[in-house]
Design a protein around this ligand. Structure first.
Ligand code: ZN
Length: 220
């Protein structure tokens, strides 16, 4: 899952309006923020295997440190505790904890049975990726709901807040649909670096426009 994780972050703003959207997005994306580094370091393994499922040409062979349920709860707790220590803002802490864990649940729905319960443990997955149309309908619908919730409760105070936000959502959709129709990747390193670069601009960009939007109830 890709933009479905962003949907969770957008929706979370409703429950933790004082937390930056950048962090609310980083939480549900956390497993995928770690994953490319862990693969490049050789701690986890992925193989290019066109047709692995209809949606992805990747065989997610081994990724217990970023993607098992047990490690997800460890990362969720660490991220939430660090945030709580700095912010003393419980709604944000809770949103981050739930957000990091939501990654496992959403990947479990989309992936074939390759999502480990714990390192070395049994692996699960409902395989929504076997249907391209099903995957795209679910993810785009999720993003639409998340973005709608976010747009309803926040208000852009200037151009950055308004157009920066609209451009961001458009960019996510272009990346998502574009990835679907682009040629299969030629090397694992290429996929990992693409992920790292995309995340390195998508997270700060969210911080930027979110900082130029205010919570609606604060306007009254
Ligand atoms: Zn993932």
């Amino acid at each position: 899952m890709f933009i479905g994780h962003f949907a969770v972050g957008f929706a979370a703003k409703r429950f933790a309006p004082r937390t930056s959207l950048a962090l609310l997005l980083a939480a549900p994306l956390f497993a995928d923020l770690l994953w490319p580094w862990f693969v490049l370091l050789g701690w986890e393994r992925v193989r290019i295997d066109p047709g692995n499922t209809s949606f992805t040409p990747l065989d997610l062979a081994y990724y217990p440190w970023s993607h098992s349920l047990l490690m997800s709860s460890v990362w969720a707790t660490v991220f939430a505790l660090v945030y709580q220590r700095i912010s003393h803002y419980w709604p944000g802490t809770l949103a981050i904890w739930v957000g990091v864990l939501s990654h496992w649940v959403l990947d479990w729905i989309t992936h074939r049975p390759d999502m480990p319960l714990y390192p070395g443990g049994p692996r699960f997955g409902l395989g929504l990726w076997n249907s391209i149309a099903g995957t795209m309908v679910v993810e785009i619908l999720m993003l639409a709901i998340g973005v709608w919730l976010y747009a309803r409760i926040t208000h852009g105070v200037d151009r950055v807040g308004r157009y920066g936000f609209v451009a961001y959502v458009a960019c996510l959709l272009v990346l998502y649909v574009g990835d679907r129709f682009s040629a299969p990747p030629t090397s694992v390193a290429e996929i990992m670096w693409t992920g790292i670069i995309a995340e390195a601009f998508l997270i700060p960009w969210a911080w930027w426009f979110d900082d130029h939007r205010v919570f609606r109830s604060a306007l009254q």
